[in-house]
Design a protein around this ligand. Structure first.
Ligand code: AMP
Length: 217
């Protein structure tokens, strides 16, 4: 991706629990030249170099420091801006490698997006021990059960995730980071009831990140 063209796409970042108030643009973003300027561990920097990501896109430069600081965010950003890595990079940095429990959950409206997001987590986490499971409907359960035995990051569509939770195949009791990707699309597709049922099962002490192409009050 050409990061120059990404600067044309304005990403609005709001941080509901940021005591300084609403953040519409992040001035620090302009000063971040490369990923090495961000407070990231060497294993992640090595993976980013392997992938060929050198300069953060604007949404990445804005979000990574805020997510690392533990802040909840509502981010308005389109597909193609690098939004997946904007949440995947700091999430991997924050998780504890080797802990055998689900620490991060990403909900997506479609199975294709769930697979894409899981792929990005796997590439960025290639040099850390943080297993990823992808969970979606319309296919057998066994492979997903097996992946959930060691998963620390779960990328899921809402229906199958809820099904697995009800069957006791996984728990979200140790969740630290909850990410809602393409939230507007999720609501357009009628997933509101499933979303509510999933959110009810999340620990209240967690970090929440919401990404959406459109953001309404
Ligand atoms: P997304 O908006 O997450 O769908 O990402 C769009 C595309 O941009 C994907 O093909 C990513 O691999 C690519 N991409 C994400 N971040 C960067 C970056 N910092 N530098 C170059 N390409 C990137």
């Amino acid at each position: 991706m050409n990061t120059d063209s990404a600067t044309d796409t304005l990403s609005h970042v709001k941080a509901p629990n940021w005591t300084g108030g609403k953040v519409d643009s992040f001035e620090g973003a302009a000063r971040v030249l490369t990923f090495a300027d961000l407070p990231l561990g060497k294993n992640i920097l090595r993976a980013l170099a392997d992938i060929g990501y050198v300069n953060p896109t604007p949404v990445q430069a804005s979000c990574v420091p805020l997510v690392l600081a533990g802040i909840d965010l509502i981010v308005q950003s389109q597909t193609g801006t690098g939004k997946t890595a904007a949440f995947a990079i700091p999430t991997i940095e924050l998780l504890e490698p080797g802990a055998r429990k689900v620490q991060a959950l990403v909900l997506t409206p479609t199975r294709e997006l769930a697979k894409q997001v899981a792929g990005e987590f796997e590439r960025i986490g290639a040099h850390v021990n943080i297993p990823v499971a992808t969970v979606y409907g319309g296919t057998g359960f066994q492979e997903q059960y097996d992946a959930l035995e060691t998963a620390q990051i779960v990328c899921a569509t809402p229906g199958r995730l809820l099904d697995l939770l009800k069957r006791g195949a996984m728990t979200l009791d140790d969740l630290r980071i909850f990410i809602l990707d393409e939230a507007d699309e999720m609501l357009n597709m009628g997933f509101e009831k499933e979303l509510d049922a999933i959110v009810e099962r999340l620990p209240t002490a967690r970090q929440s990140l919401l990404f959406s192409a459109t953001v309404t009050e």
